[in-house]
Design a binder for this molecule. Structure first.
Ligand SMILES: *Cc1c(COP(=O)(O)O)cnc(C)c1O
Length: 407
């Protein structure tokens, strides 16, 4: 891809091009932050209005007219995107809470025999939650280990938690190989799939994964704070206990039994009353995802990523721009991260030019690539805008130094 015209040609033959119109995006806006918050599927407002209407008219009757089964129905629809069986997926809470539940279950299964190994540069919530879970389930402390050394540190009875795709660099682990190696060492793995679900094909069952969690508001486009998911392998269901046994995880919720009995499948990881309004975005998004070929998503994601990498390598060095993501597409998730000491100001300056990226302190500029609604020409234009800002020094204007609460 050497020119904008090449990008136009790629867009014209893109098998995913038709999905763009299914999302509400302002004309002219180049949205490259779908790895933080996915764009809104167009069907969401109408469906939200419908549910508001159900609430106003049906009141309590809404539960029997579809609300109560919504988490289970959506879990079953999400399962194929994870390469999982429907009964192995629960939709509930957020990724942090689900991580706590999954870690507690994994640590309990391992019976206090080994350390809880976490990747030292994992997403902060993962580090906080891991420390809390390790202290309570087995009395162990956390071993914080660099990403490349995780496997070496595993011992029989240990649990390891790691992000499949690193939120900063976009580095992608080989889920199959890592899982196999961890099992050979006697460990269980709890995957964080926040930057994987909807970004690339997943096959948790085939890989023999143990547990996984993830949010639904990034690549899956379910909306800000939409309920998250938790995967537990079938073979662990006999022993996988939730540390938060709420009534919606009970085998017979509406028996109102005084003692807890876990649901036979992953639904035991539901806690309390599901957030019906929050689930609506996920419902609409999953209707759309049912039509999507994730292999095609991955192919386009790689092509978009390579486009950024090649442009930046060709012209970026003289501008103080460095590639912070793996060069090799096979080791990269659906983002390209660039390093520049003025990353924050750059992302602000780009935003003023209609190109939305984000910054992870101190010096990372993230370019999220979402093949369902991002065009090749947009990525081309975004890189051109970045190079133009850098060449003119526009990022040094004072207003771009003002810190927003969410960077
Ligand atoms: C986005 C993200 C989360 C978010 O967790 P929530 O509890 O849903 O806010 C967790 N882990 C990783 C790796 C993430 O990228």
């Amino acid at each position: 891809v050497r020119s904008r015209a090449d990008c136009e040609r790629l867009d014209a033959t893109d098998p995913l091009a038709g999905f763009r119109d299914r999302f509400a995006l302002e004309p002219g806006l180049v949205y490259l932050d779908g790895n933080s918050l996915g764009a809104m599927p167009r069907g969401v407002p109408a469906r939200l209005a419908e549910v508001a209407e159900e609430w106003s008219r049906q009141l309590i009757g809404g539960w029997n007219r579809g609300w109560v089964d919504l988490p289970g129905r959506l879990a079953a629809r999400l399962a194929p995107l994870l390469g999982a069986r429907p009964g192995d997926v629960a939709v509930a809470d957020n990724a942090s809470v689900n991580l706590y539940k999954a870690l507690a279950a994994a640590l309990t299964i391992q019976g206090g025999r080994g350390p809880l190994v976490v990747e030292e540069a994992n997403f902060p919530t993962d580090l906080y939650v891991a420390a809390a879970a390790a202290g309570r389930f087995g009395g162990r402390s956390v071993a914080r280990v660099p990403r490349p050394e995780l496997l070496e540190r595993l011992t029989p009875g240990s649990v390891v938690t790691v992000s499949h795709v690193d939120y900063r660099s976009g580095h992608l682990l080989d889920l199959d190989r890592f899982t196999t190696a961890a099992h050979a060492a006697g460990a269980l793995v709890v995957w964080d799939l926040c930057h994987s679900a909807g970004a690339l094909p997943l096959s948790l069952d085939r890989a023999g994964a143990d547990f996984a969690v993830g949010c639904t508001y990034k690549f899956l486009c379910a909306g800000p704070g939409a309920p998250a998911f938790l995967y537990v392998a079938d073979r662990h269901l006999g022993r996988a206990e939730t540390p938060l046994p709420g009534w919606f995880g009970h085998a017979r919720t509406f028996d109102f039994a005084p003692d807890y009995e876990p649901a036979p499948d992953a639904a035991r990881f539901q806690t309390g009353t599901p957030n019906i309004l929050g689930l609506v975005g996920l419902e609409v998004a999953l209707e759309l995802w049912a039509e999507v070929d994730l292999e095609a998503v991955r192919r386009k994601s790689i092509a978009l990523g390579d486009l950024v990498v090649e442009r930046v390598e060709a012209v970026g060095a003289g501008l103080g721009l460095e590639l912070a993501s793996p060069r090799t597409a096979a080791e990269r998730g659906s983002q390209v991260t660039l390093r520049h000491r003025e990353a924050y100001a750059l992302s602000q300056a780009l935003s003023e030019r209609g190109v939305i990226t984000d910054c992870r302190p101190p010096d990372l500029l993230r370019i999220g690539l979402t093949p369902l609604y991002t065009r090749y020409v947009e990525v081309w234009d975004a890189v051109e805008a970045l190079l133009e800002v850098l060449a003119s020094g526009a990022q040094r204007e004072e207003r771009f130094a003002v810190r927003q609460r969410v960077p």
